[in-house]
Design a protein around this ligand. Structure first.
Ligand code: 6GU
Length: 226
């Protein structure tokens, strides 16, 4: 299973480091995923390599022009077909674990990172197949959103996580938060690990974990139980 992600950005340097460490780096090295960065400035035709311009109709803030974006997407589409062409934007569909699961099964995706006020609406109308937000707050650009999206998706690609079951026990995977976890020492400054975890009674431990997960969810995220 190999996924290819092409990321279109005006700030590739803002985006590279998450892919050079930890699980994402290992996923790339093990050949589960390829990530390619494309600087939209390389697709400009004007002398200043500008990717943005003033809004028609007036108003504050620059708008990303359609031409460099279309040129870059067209070149990529001439080389292979894409399952999804995603635009990272605060007014997109909110990323959640269900979306990450679905996206982890795709083969080829393009991610366009917005900047300034956003992109010319014609990009969204004619080139984009999906718009994604990572939450209800505004970032200065789509790059950090793209990094979050890629991390959430890549770790779910079959084979990326060492222990295949560990993604299945993540918070949210079953609409519940995860139960508490402990490791050595059994007691630290008088703070004890629950006795149930030492009895060796695995059905009891599993039942306790389920109860704790439910309790955690009721306390912290009751909205998930509706
Ligand atoms: Cl994907 N981009 C920007 N600029 N702001 C955001 C976002 C994305 N998701 C939440 N806020």
């Amino acid at each position: 299973m190999l996924m290819r992600i092409d990321i279109l950005t005006v700030l590739p340097e803002l985006l590279k480091s998450p892919f050079e460490a930890s699980i994402l780096k290992r996923a790339i090295e093990a050949g589960h995923v390829e990530v390619h960065f494309h600087n939209l400035r390389d697709y400009t035709t004007n002398a200043y390599k500008s990717v943005d311009d003033y809004q028609f109709g007036g108003g504050a803030g620059m708008v990303m022009m359609i031409e460099p974006i279309d040129k870059c997407i067209s070149k990529l589409k001439s080389e292979r077909s894409y399952d999804e062409i995603i635009y990272m934007t605060p007014d997109g569909e909110r990323l959640d674990q269900g979306m990450a699961n679905a996206m982890s099964l795709k083969e080829n995706i393009i991610i366009l990172c917005g900047h300034y006020k956003g992109v010319d609406q014609r990009v969204r109308d004619h080139l984009i197949t999906k718009e994604v937000s990572i939450g209800d707050y505004v970032l200065s650009g789509g790059e950090l959103g793209a990094a979050v999206f890629c991390d959430a998706v890549i770790r779910l690609i079959p084979g990326v996580l060492g222990n295949e079951t560990s993604a299945l026990t993540d918070s949210f995977q079953d609409d519940l938060l995860a139960p508490p976890i402990y490791t050595r020492p059994r007691e630290y400054k008088g703070w004890k690990v629950p006795d149930i975890l030492f009895g060796g009674n695995f059905p009891e431990i599993e039942k306790w974990r389920e109860e704790q997960a439910l309790k955690n969810t009721e306390n912290k995220r009751p909205d998930l139980l509706k």
